[in-house]
Ligand binder design. Structure first.
Ligand code: SAH
Length: 388
């Protein structure tokens, strides 16, 4: 299996969270939890304190639990597709949510063990979200909302270890482009008549982007004086409403009208195996000339730069503006939805060159391929966090 190297991460480990290691992983989890429970019971029963050496031994038994990123081994031949559809894969049966003791009740050693356990659970939930369909993900989080919180606890600590948070890059882009007039070259796209900037943050997590951008525009408008104020709206969608900025939705279908958004953002959110449905949904809700911004983990692209990804989005109707792969960990893409006159022009050009049928055939082939093997298995690889 080929590993995708990312600077700063240790990928040369033999402890890799492969898909087929799920059972072992779950068993390990249970063993750990049992061990922890036993220890807590023992602690209650006897006030005897262990000497430092024996405690140390236990710590060393546990593996280091800092997380790295890597892509999992993905089946390209479609053999595993049916397997992913089987309900037996319902992950919530594998690990039952436990009542977590508060850190006040735990000794430092137990706290360390808890942290390791949380790390494992985070990796497990993460792997689920990348290897199930978006419908299954919504069901999973509805049934066990606690999993979302655990996931984001782990995700937050992961983000802290990154040199750059891609959410901040998008916020900076908005700040930078707001210096130019809305709808002018280089300016942000706005909806007529009042040039309202309508952002849809798809798979927003805790909606940090919504918070930061709202604060920025509010400040901008306060200082506007003679300048025109910016009218804006931010819709943040995710599987759980952890704060009131968020609307619960599977981003395959969001509660927004056709052509009602001017910027759609996917920041590390192309998680479900059917993520091209999310892209199609963004095409539906975007107004003509509206922009699609995507940031994804670099190592998810089998071809490195994401050219196949770009070509696929072009087949779905988007025009490619740019790919920024200057960051070591993330690749950022900008697309836009062409207005009707450009679509017609493009069509006429293709017809003149007898290429129209060719493109239509490619579109059909893409759908046939997706039906056989979900795009989450070939176009973007799942992003698996593993132990170091
Ligand atoms: N965009 C945020 C969060 C990234 S984590 C950030 O960059 O900080 C990916 C998020 O996508 C998770 O919160 C996950 O719950 C969400 N997600 C994955 N599949 C989804 C779906 N089908 N519908 C809605 N949200 C989804």
């Amino acid at each position: 299996m080929e590993l995708f190297k990312v600077e700063g991460w240790n990928l040369n480990t033999d402890k890799v969270a492969f898909k087929d290691s799920k059972k072992k992983e779950a068993q390990k989890e249970r063993n750990r939890q049992e061990k922890l429970d036993r220890k807590q019971r023992n602690n209650k029963a006897s006030k005897e304190t262990k000497n430092e050496d024996s405690k140390q031994e236990e710590v060393e038994e546990e593996e280091e639990d800092t997380q790295d990123l890597e892509v999992s081994d993905v089946e390209d031949d479609g053999k595993k597709v049916n397997e992913s559809k089987k309900p037996k894969a319902k992950p919530q049966k594998v690990i039952k949510p436990q009542t977590k003791p508060t850190s006040k009740q735990l000794t430092p050693l137990q706290q360390k063990m808890m942290a390791k356990l949380s790390g494992s659970r985070f990796r497990w939930i993460n792997e689920q979200l990348y290897t199930i369909s978006s419908e299954e993900a919504l069901d999973l989080i509805k049934e066990q909302p606690g999993l979302f919180d655990e996931y984001h606890e782990g995700f937050r600590s992961q983000v802290q270890s990154w040199p750059e948070n891609p959410v901040d890059t998008f916020v900076d882009e908005i700040k930078f482009r707001s210096k130019k007039v809305i709808n002018a070259p280089g300016g942000l796209p706005g909806l007529y008549p009042n040039k309202e900037i309508v952002i849809a943050d798809m798979g927003c997590g805790e909606a940090q982007l919504g918070l930061d951008v709202t604060q920025f525009f509010n400040k901008f408008n306060k200082r506007a004086k003679g300048r025109r104020k910016i009218s804006f709206k931010i819709n943040s969608f995710d599987l759980k409403q952890v704060n009131n900025r968020i609307t619960v939705a599977d981003i395959r279908h969001v509660p927004m009208k056709d052509e009602s958004a001017t910027i759609v953002i996917f920041c590390l959110a192309l998680m479900g195996t059917n993520f091209l449905d999310f892209i199609k949904e963004s095409y539906r809700i975007l107004a003509p000339r509206g922009e699609l911004w995507i940031s994804e983990i670099k190592s998810r692209f089998a071809d490195g730069r994401g050219d196949e990804f770009v070509e696929t989005l072009k087949l779905l109707g988007f025009f490619h503006k740019k790919t920024d792969d200057s960051n070591k960990m993330f690749t950022r893409f900008e697309f836009f939805k062409p207005p009707e006159d450009i679509i017609q022009e493009r069509r006429a050009k293709l017809e003149r060159r007898n290429k129209f049928i060719e493109v239509e055939t490619e579109k059909e082939q893409l759908e046939v391929k997706r039906k056989k093997v979900a795009e989450g298995k070939w176009l973007l690889k799942p992003c698996i966090y593993k132990r170091r």
